[in-house]
Design a protein around this ligand. Structure first.
Ligand code: DX5
Ligand code: ZN
Length: 221
């Protein structure tokens, strides 16, 4: 059994009030969040458009927390530098976003930020076996990427356990995040399977009291 005592909480600003994004980012830091999760969507890799590097840059002075940038865009390589200079601390790309994941990870490493890879629900954990030594973060999508507020896919729990095993065997300290449909009911399932970062949009920004919402997720296991 995996025992992860206190998962990191990374609220996704996709569910925040876009007219007041600076305040919304500052508010979750005050409420006890560990990372700020920023969902970048291009209307091509995923069927929705959110925001680009200019917004990341504008938000940077509003928080000292690590900016965890989740790129749901294709192609991704031409934009990596823009997100790094905008203030991203972690850049996560999708394994499905192009034929050269290894090259994208090399480019992220060269920019001096932490490198992450995300897997869509249909992608097997083995897609990462040849690049495990290059990643600092793995992000398991527990919904199909593109929208907040979707239902958690329980089928992804097995993938989380398999990845936890792969991380353990690698001997590397790689963070394992879960993203999509995370709330106080699903969070304990994800942490029991081995996730140590909980990304949540609606379950934080959709609540009145952000601090209580973050506590509810952190203490739900
Ligand atoms: C979905 C995004 C998620 C999303 C999560 O494509 O990657 O980060 O904002 O939203 P909730 O927590 O509402 O499912
Ligand atoms: Zn995300």
């Amino acid at each position: 059994m995996t025992s992860i005592s206190s998962p990191l909480i990374a609220p996704s600003i996709l569910a925040a009030d876009f007219a007041r994004l600076g305040e919304e980012v500052a508010a979750i830091e005050k409420a006890g969040a560990d990372w700020v999760h920023l969902d970048v969507m291009d209307g091509h890799f995923v069927p929705n458009i959110s925001f680009g590097p200019a917004i990341v840059k504008a938000l940077r002075p509003h928080s000292k927390l690590p900016f965890d940038v989740h790129l749901m865009i294709e192609p991704v390589d031409p934009y990596l530098e823009a997100f790094a200079s905008a203030g991203a601390d972690h850049i996560t790309v999708h394994a499905e976003a192009g034929p050269h994941l290894h090259r994208s990870l090399q480019a992220i490493q060269a920019l001096g930020v932490k490198a992450g890879v995300s897997l869509c629900p249909a992608t097997p954990p083995e897609a990462l076996s040849e690049v495990l030594d290059m990643v600092d973060l793995i992000l398991v999508m527990s919904v199909n990427p593109g929208f907040g507020g979707q239902k958690f896919l329980h089928s992804q729990l097995r993938k989380i356990s398999t990845l936890r095993g792969m991380i353990k065997s690698s001997g590397k300290s790689i963070r394992l995040a879960v993203d999509g449909g995370i709330d106080p009911e699903t969070a304990p399932l994800a942490t029991a399977a081995g996730a140590d970062v909980l990304i949540a949009g609606s379950a934080v920004y959709g609540r009145e009291d952000y601090a209580a919402a973050i506590r509810a997720l952190r203490n739900s296991n």
